[in-house]
Design a protein around this ligand. Sequence first.
Ligand code: IPM
Ligand code: MG
Length: 358
Amino acid sequence: MTKKIAVLPGDGIGTEIVAEAVKVLEALRRDFGLNIEMEQALVGGAAYDAAGHPLPEQTLALAKAADAVLLGAVGGYKWESLDIALRPEKGLLGLRSELGLFSNLRPAILYPQLANASTLKPEVVSGLDIMIVRELTGDIYFGKPRGIRVLENGEREGFNTMVYCESEIERIGRSAFDIAMRRDKRVCSVDKANVLECTELWREVMTRVARDYPEVTLSHMYVDNAAMQLVRAPKQFDVMVTGNMFGDILSDCAAMLTGSIGMLPSASLDAFGKGMYEPIHGSAPDIAGKGIANPVATILSVAMMLRYSLNQLELAERVESAVNKVLDQGLRTADIYTPGMHKTGTAEMGDAVVNALR
Ligand code: IPM
Ligand code: MG
């Protein structure tokens, strides 16, 4: 059966990197029998400009009807002064919550070829392979009440609510433990249970879930320490599971261990295997339109799509090994460039991956 893929390039470098990922999908369709059809739609600032809303009805309907969604990035200087409800980021957050994509997988893997591109010493990061499992539809991102109110003395006060119910914690916990069962069987749950009741409950529920996974070792870590440990001794981690806000921050931090945030893909999954796949970096408006962005994170997101939503394990591995080959050939976009390598642009990198698929 033909699988439907909604392609949402978004803003900034989103359009450039998604174009390369689409080249890879086209090649898989043409030469390797991948049975897909793709349809594009607007999201984020581009959608606001064209339709007055960052997540138009049409785009949401397309994403809902699809088997998987490929997303570039949203946001840019141009839309920063818009009302928060109309900002490009709301397009992305709307997709996550409307599609029920609660489980966000953010692998941080160091390609050996890039050990020198990391800002950390090669011995600290070589062999790094962490899976961050970030809860994606709850927490302070979506909690109510929220807003900015005027106090009696006329001063304004901003407020948001960090909130998690037990079932939300439990299901992300199960995601993390299921993944750990296929890896090194260690889960580190990150919270701030020494200060926040919400995460005190988080810790309690994680401990309860762990009883169903006797083979997996569960540890707990406060988020401040986790940030420190990630740059001090990152290889101690196998699977990290945490809430939406802490996961946002820690995954950027983990990304840098691998040399560049331009290398890291992500999958956001619902309870049934449907997913949205996107690079974890943003729209990078400072380099948009220059043809220098790294398309690898988006191409690796396609590999995750093949693995988690399209059940095409072999093709997923084919894409990943094509990326490996291209790195072996010495091709580097600016973000992962080190002297002696061959500096390439976005399209050249994408073409090289397509050629390496064979
Ligand atoms: C991410 C991004 C988003 C987030 C933004 C763009 C809303 O930083 O996917 O990590 O905060 O989740
Ligand atoms: Mg982020």
